[in-house]
Design a protein around this ligand. Structure first.
Ligand code: ZN
Length: 137
């Protein structure tokens, strides 16, 4: 029996620029022209001041692990080869927090507040997701 494919994000009108940028290995977030803050997840209005005046801007891709969990149990058959894997809330230097995976480090070595940076890896179907890897302390 073949392994089923992993579910992939479905872009909406509001999130399409984020996913299109990820395919180009860039991390773009919405930046408010009124209050100057970034926000995530994508939406039509600023999460801080409700302004609809914003631009998509490339961010550093650097941040720290705000929190994380280690999945030891299989919840979807497509992830069987990944067990155990880390799902983390990464706080970017620009402020927003992204729910993502930490890859390239054994789960036993993951800690809150570790510095991380974004990496982009295409899956077998060519879908590229922003994930993060631990950088030097
Ligand atoms: Zn704003």
């Amino acid at each position: 029996m073949s392994t089923p494919a992993k579910p992939v994000p479905r872009a909406t009108a509001e999130s399409r620029p984020f996913w299109d940028a990820a395919q180009q290995q860039k991390l773009l977030l919405q930046h408010c022209r009124s209050c100057g803050k970034f926000w995530f997840p994508p939406s039509a209005r600023c999460h801080h001041c409700l302004s609809g005046d914003f631009a998509w801007e490339e961010v550093s891709g650097e941040g720290r692990i705000y929190s994380f969990v280690v999945y030891h149990r299989l919840y979807h058959p497509a992830f069987e080869q990944d067990l155990p894997y880390v799902v983390a809330l990464v706080e970017l230097h620009e402020g927003p927090r992204l729910l993502t995976n930490i890859i390239g480090t054994p789960w036993q070595d993951i800690r809150c507040d570790q510095p991380v940076r974004v990496v982009f890896e295409a899956d077998a179907r060519g879908t590229t997701l922003p994930q993060f890897t631990v950088t030097g302390e």
